[in-house]
Design a binder for this molecule. Sequence first.
Ligand SMILES: [Zn+2]
Length: 353
Amino acid sequence: MTRRTFVKNVSAGIAAGTVRGAPGVARAVDKSGKGLFEIKRVADGVYVAAAAPVYKVNSNAAIIANEDGLLVVDTHSKPSAARALVQEIGEMTAKPVRYVVNTHFHFDHWQGNEVYPAAYPNVEVITTEITREALLRKGVARIRDQIRTVPGEIAKLKAELAAAPTAGRRAELQANLQQAEAYLEELKGLTPALPTMAFERAMRLIKRDREIELLYLGRAHTDGDLFVFMPQEKVVVTGDAVIGWTPFMGDGYPEDWVRTLQKLEQLDFTHMIMGHGDVAGKEWLRFFRGYIAELIEAVRREAAGGASLDEIKQRVPNQLAAKYEQRFSTYGDYRPWRRLVLTNIERVYATAL
Ligand SMILES: [Zn+2]
């Protein structure tokens, strides 16, 4: 990677927690995919392609440059997004992508997989055994589910657009509608590329000047979360086990999640490339884990006192708001804590009582 001026160094903001800089509102992306990512340097040969907060969410990617080629972590929600990143990578270096890693089975982290074997015939796609199994069973099924549900989403956006009160709101809905329609077309054409290599506990890629550890530390955001750890550079890549806003817990295991993040904290690192949001450090990891732990505690306390799920959903957000609402709202109305905490409560109620 020679075009260092092309990327920004993210070290400066780490001490303060997450690095600010993402816009507060969802925005439009042109057809070429320009504007989907901003590539920033995290450490020597380690980069984050930070995904813009758009309606059809994309994951961040981590790009690790080895002597003989690149390793890319996660492939976004759709091939066009992965192609946009492959294009940007091609402008930065002539090295091929040799490994793609999927951190977990969610759509916005793997549905672009097929782009890599098409562009780089020798690429291996690696994940945990559990996540490979989940991709086979649930990942592929959820593509079909989305093909069924996205038309409803489009109809709703059209109805909202027709009733939009302001030009600004109309522009926003128009952009979202265009993304949803393009996304549906891509879903119909997907040819899912499943991982070609899988491991149970750990896998080490040892290069002359770098060691990359792929780790399974236990259940968290899903049952098969994969972490990437670079001990020399002191960088971890977390997938959605840690993100820059309120966690999605729909497929998560809240109690295990806290324990898994305790194990993660034991690793010696300074920079954390998360599934979504800006690069952060250990302070954010502790804050994020604290939220899950306190949420479990609060739901249990209310349930033990006889509260119903509805009552818990009324009370617990107010108990946690002072500490968590503001810091989980870095991106303004994009993925608002007040709404997400309710689904988080439901998941804790279903799994951790
Ligand atoms: Zn996820």
